[in-house]
Design a protein around this ligand. Structure first.
Ligand SMILES: C[S@@+](CC[C@H](N)C(=O)[O-])C[C@H]1O[C@@H](n2cnc3c(N)ncnc32)[C@H](O)[C@@H]1O
Length: 312
């Protein structure tokens, strides 16, 4: 859905009134989207964030030919306001989020994101800070683990899985993914194993979201990104599961709502929407895109444009 992201952002990045637009890629990853932005919008300056230092190193090499048009910053994306402040950039014309884990993170077995390979249970996107997945599994109270598996993994068998985890961790703490995958397989009833792919998938997603505080960071980051947009600026967000998409949907819906009390003959400006939604609902990848890249299948794209200055 890369081309669709570029098309959504294009009017803001090709506006003759803004000869040197600034676009922020909040999820640099391996730099594919950033490179496409730099190539498609030759007058734009790019500011790109990632919390993963390895991603910054690799995409730094990839984007080197663009010289000082690209500024790469090690940051969590809810730090966007401080990053822009430090760089002396008051407002930007475009923001892109391509959420979730990168294929590099999934493919590097020792990061522990993939349930298909045995690896240390880490799952931190920024390995220089915070608690890894093994520590979460070994130390959280059972009730908290159940909540996480239900809320972030939408796992219906959360109680059953957590009972098995607690029994096992008392014998020996968890360190590697294979033991957890096997335990989940053994804990689930036959019927639950027949649907929804690998039975460990939902637990792994839940742990990853918890370890990286993904939803609470996103909840702060999307409104902050909207605040950073100049009038006419545009934001595009690619989500990969319903919890992320729901958060984005809520922020865009709140920003594009008219909040005037009913019955006002003329709606004062402070009640008028400050966003215009650019997508009808969430846009999905085409069948060809999914055939080309299986990991794109759950993608949901939403876009919005800032249409009013005043904060509410
Ligand atoms: C799906 S990948 C992005 C891929 C990228 N669009 C490309 O073309 O290569 C998501 C990236 O966002 C980063 N990321 C995830 N959550 C983040 C956060 N809260 N703050 C900063 N970076 C984050 C991950 O480390 C990962 O590298």
């Amino acid at each position: 859905m890369l081309q669709r992201c570029l098309d959504l952002l294009a009017p803001a990045l090709q506006d003759p009134a803004r000869p040197e637009p600034v676009v922020v890629d909040c999820t640099l990853g391996l730099g594919g989207h950033s490179e496409a932005l730099l190539a498609a919008f030759p007058t734009a300056r790019l500011i790109a964030l990632d919390r993963d230092k390895e991603a910054l190193r690799l995409s730094g090499e990839r984007l080197a030919p663009y010289g000082d048009r690209a500024t790469l910053v090690h940051a969590v994306y809810d730090e966007l306001p401080e990053v822009l402040d430090r760089l002396g950039v008051p407002k930007v014309q475009g923001v892109l989020f391509d959420l979730g884990v990168s294929s590099m993170q999934l493919d590097e077995a020792d990061r522990g994101f993939a349930y298909a390979q045995d690896a240390p249970l880490d799952m931190r996107m920024d390995q220089s800070t915070g608690m890894g997945a093994a520590e979460v599994l070994n130390t959280y109270p059972p009730g908290e683990l159940v909540r996480i598996l239900r809320a972030y993994g939408e796992e219906k068998q959360a109680k059953r899985i957590v009972s098995a985890i607690v029994r096992e961790r008392e014998k020996e703490p968890f360190s590697n993914s294979a033991r957890l995958v096997e335990l989940i397989r053994d804990a689930l009833p036959q019927a639950a194993k027949r649907t929804g792919g690998n039975p460990a998938k939902r637990t792994f997603q839940a742990l990853r979201i918890e370890v990286n505080g993904e939803l609470s960071v996103l909840e702060r980051a999307v409104p902050a990104a909207v605040d950073s947009l100049a009038v006419g600026g545009r934001i595009a967000v690619l989500s990969y599961h319903s919890l992320e998409d729901r958060l984005v949907k809520q922020v865009f819906a709140a920003g594009s709502a008219n909040t005037a009390p009913p019955g006002l003959p003329v709606v004062p400006e402070r009640y008028q929407p400050r966003l215009k939604q650019l997508t009808r609902g969430a846009e999905l990848p085409t069948e060809e895109e999914i055939a080309e890249n299986r990991r794109a299948a759950p993608a949901r794209l939403r876009g919005a444009q800032r249409i009013r200055e005043e904060e509410r």
